[in-house]
Design a protein around this ligand. Structure first.
Ligand code: PLP
Length: 413
């Protein structure tokens, strides 16, 4: 297990992005978290404990699978899929949750709080908190709780308390604010477990470090399979699966790294979540980055078919890598992501998450333009099991509606 990952944050900044834009009261707990993370990350005792959980609880390493059928159908570059959906709880989010929970334990914290949008980060957090026996409170917008009810059920089954946030639009950004408010009053005994590579320093650096296991495994697995990567593709919400996957190569000139944002249904504000393409710099949730904003600088509405890609901001390191040109950015529409999901399911027997399907859709477009000697690795950040309700609504609406009605009728109330 290598501890060589260096995120290159200078005082928490990646170029002009990042920093620690928080109320005074949070400065001290962030400073203490930074010191604790740096000390533990460098210690072999911590690395051994983390590696042990990654192997025996999370189920790592996840496979790097050659998508031979897709490759044959498309003609051109060879496609490989890094199957993060096979990690426990069905996505990469647990890599970060388990690492931070372990830090919290080492810091003597007795309670964990987290924000969640669609509920995926909440489920990962509730899972690791159950495993490590840490009481946990998940803040979730009341609107999101109604939209993503199965995940609310999952979190409660895992023993977490889910708190409805009624303020503002009652969605993810309001849940972040509620969690920050809780933390300002509780940090002596509580750890705030942020779900992506964003927020005030040291969160972007710490989350990237915990996700770097994805890229490290790929380096080893590609060598075992006898190739060196030419293209690496990942979807970008907050940026955690992408930065973890890209981490071995951000300071080298190859492979070509491509981040895929949610193109949604159109190019007008409210129809997409293409923060990099929109290029408006702002400060929110404790850090400076590209945010989708209204004219007066408020966080604006976004849209994506995938709940994990519709956050209005992007992690500061990904913003810096976009600005420097090391990571190229493209966007993929809802429609193309859904088509890629269906195609990968049939051609490969891999049901990818809607988020990950954005990256697969770009690989499907890219492969025919490559030579047979070239290859493409797609980080399949999660499994599509969680998206069944959304997929069914789009692909077989009438049958799905009949099923739900029949289920509703079968409940005695
Ligand atoms: C949350 C999520 C994402 C987006 O988050 P990142 O921090 O950008 O990785 C992508 N894929 C899946 C499966 C997710 O659950």
């Amino acid at each position: 297990m290598s501890v060589g990952y260096n995120a290159h944050a200078v005082d928490g900044f990646f170029g002009q992005f990042g920093g620690r834009y928080v109320a005074d009261v949070l400065w001290d707990p962030l400073q203490r978290l930074e010191q604790a993370f740096n000390a533990h990350w460098a210690a072999s005792e911590f690395q051994n404990a983390l590696h042990n959980l990654q192997q025996h609880f999370v189920g790592r390493p996840t496979p790097l699978y050659e998508a031979k059928n897709l490759t044959r159908e498309l003609g051109g570059g060879r496609i490989y899929l890094k199957l993060e959906g096979l990690a426990h709880t069905g996505a990469h989010k647990i890599n970060n949750a388990i690492g931070q929970a372990l830090i919290a334990k080492r810091m003597g914290k007795r309670r964990v709080i987290a924000e969640t949008g669609a509920g995926q980060h909440g489920v990962a957090t509730a899972t690791v908190c159950a495993a490590l026996q840490l009481p946990c409170v998940i803040y979730m917008g009341a609107v999101d709780m109604r939209r993503q009810h199965p995940n609310v059920l999952r979190m409660r089954l895992l023993g977490a308390e889910v708190r409805a946030v009624e303020s503002g639009a009652a969605t993810l950004k309001d849940a972040v604010n509620a969690a920050l408010r809780d933390w300002a009053a509780s940090y002596e005994h509580t750890h705030y477990l942020i779900g992506s590579a964003l927020g005030p320093h040291p969160f972007p650096q710490m989350v990237a470090a915990f996700q770097s296991v994805i890229g490290q495994e790929c380096v080893v697995q590609a060598a075992e399979l006898g190739f060196t990567p030419h293209y690496c593709l990942a979807c970008v919400g907050g940026g955690s699966n992408a930065i973890g996957f890209f981490s071995p190569w951000i300071n080298t000139s190859t492979p070509i790294l491509i981040g895929v944002e949610a193109g949604g249904t159109g190019t007008q504000t409210g129809q997409h979540a293409t923060r990099v393409a929109t290029k408006t710099v702002g400060i929110a949730h404790g850090y400076k980055s590209y945010f989708i904003q209204s004219e007066d600088g408020q966080l604006a509405k976004t849209h994506s078919i995938s709940a994990g890609l519709d956050y209005p901001g992007i992690g500061p390191q990904m913003a810096a890598l976009a600005e420097s040109g090391r990571v190229r950015f493209v966007s993929v529409t809802d429609r193309d992501a859904l088509a890629a999901l269906q195609r990968t399911a049939r051609s490969e027997g891999v049901l990818a998450a809607l988020e990950s399907s954005h990256a697969i859709a770009h690989a499907i477009a890219l492969a025919p333009r490559c030579t047979e000697e070239e290859n493409i690795i797609v980080n399949v950040s999660g499994s599509g099991e969680k998206d069944l309700f959304i997929i069914a609504k789009h692909t077989q609406p009438a049958q799905w509606k009949a099923f739900l009605e029949q289920e509703a009728d079968s409940i005695d109330t």
